[in-house]
Design a protein around this ligand. Structure first.
Ligand code: SF4
Ligand code: SF4
Length: 104
């Protein structure tokens, strides 16, 4: 599992750098975020949830059945809207209430 950072959406706020527990994200020459060691990412999703501009997505590879889909998240209050964009262009959205996160 890894993440992908869309440099067109990144506004160089630095929030993802601060939250990555493995310090895997650094600033590029343009000050925008770059993942340094994609293979070391263990998919904790901290950076994805922290980015205010939805510039970071999960890359869901074939190894976990994602076949190249990408997943982003949008936060509205306590609700996380996980948006999965599949390779055929279709989009699926899963809404999770953060208050329910310890139920499962
Ligand atoms: S998903 Fe977690 S481990 Fe991977 S780059 Fe983001 S914050 Fe770091
Ligand atoms: S949190 Fe988002 S906008 Fe800010 S530096 Fe990271 S990728 Fe760029």
């Amino acid at each position: 599992m890894s993440i992908a950072i869309d440099s067109m959406k990144c506004r160089a706020c630095g929030k993802c750098l601060d939250v990555c527990p493995g310090s895997l994200i650094v600033r590029g020459e343009d000050k925008k975020a770059v993942i340094r060691y994609p293979k070391d990412c263990w998919g904790c999703a901290s950076c994805i949830k922290e980015c205010p501009f939805e510039a970071i997505s999960y890359y869901l590879g074939a190894d976990i059945g994602g076949m190249g889909s990408q997943m982003t998240v949008h936060t509205e209050g306590d609700l996380l809207h996980w948006r999965i964009k599949k390779t055929d262009g279709t989009i699926e959205t899963i809404v999770v209430n953060k208050k329910d996160s310890n139920k499962y």
